[in-house]
Design a protein around this ligand. Structure first.
Ligand code: GLN
Length: 231
């Protein structure tokens, strides 16, 4: 039909392994809170999305260079990022925690002196670690995705990693051999992002769709699907 011929397809970048927000299921389909939310909003607002698993920093770069139309990646809305991105209304709250090996002697930031910590390039966790690095005297090792970051702590190359609280909690529940030792810091909200000044129409559709899904209960259903089934 003509309506469908006019339906726009947007290219959207995301992280590769960031459950419960985005991850590949057994059929290699991208699922999770962000993925289901975006698809539901697209359906509600009559547009299509092509999901590109570029990694977090890869999605940031691709959005900024205009290679893709936007990104949804458990991305914090920050004043600094607002310099180069326009964000949707907030859709989830999160803060950064530190995780260590279960038998680790590291109990707080004060134990990090002279040690190495693992972070994911370009993330709020990396920003947080960099902001306190001098004060606590640790070194920083960077990784492109969360799995490799966790692995570096599990194998003992790094003594700790900095990750979003809901993501770290979910990974631990799913069997990742780490434990959280700090309270969430730098708390903020996730938002869908487009390059500043670009794709205003897409951003508007996202916001209207998000409002609709919050009103009709679908937003909560999506969150519960990933978090209530695995309490
Ligand atoms: N919420 C964090 C940020 O905005 C991490 C996002 C991610 O790793 N996908 O930087």
């Amino acid at each position: 039909s003509k309506a469908h011929a006019d339906t726009k397809t947007y290219q959207i970048g995301t992280d590769v392994t960031f459950p419960p927000f985005e991850f590949a299921n057994n059929d290699n389909k991208y699922v999770g809170i962000d993925m289901d939310l975006l698809r539901a909003i697209a359906k509600n607002q009559d547009f299509k999305v092509n999901i590109k698993p570029l990694g977090f920093n890869g999605s940031v770069q691709a959005t900024q260079s205009g290679q893709i139309d936007g990104m949804i990646s458990g991305m914090n809305i920050t004043p600094e990022r607002k310099g180069t991105f326009d964000f949707s209304k907030p859709y989830y709250s999160s803060g950064v925690v530190m995780a260590v090996a279960p038998n680790s002697s590291i109990k707080s930031l004060n134990n990090l002196k002279g040690k190495t910590v693992a972070v994911k390039t370009g993330t709020a966790g990396a920003d947080y670690a960099n902001s306190i690095q001098k004060k606590y005297g640790f070194k920083v090792s960077t990784f492109d995705d969360s799995n490799n970051m966790y692995q570096d702590v599990i194998t003992g190359n790094s003594v700790a990693c900095f990750e979003d609280n809901p993501v770290m909690m979910y990974a631990i529940k799913q069997g990742t051999k780490l434990k959280i030792v700090t309270k969430p810091a730098n708390n903020g909200y996730y938002g869908f992002a487009v390059k500043k000044g670009q794709n205003k129409e897409l951003l508007h559709k996202f916001n209207v769709g998000l409002d609709n899904l919050k009103k009709n209960g679908e937003y909560q259903k999506i969150v519960d699907k990933y978090l209530k089934a695995n309490p």
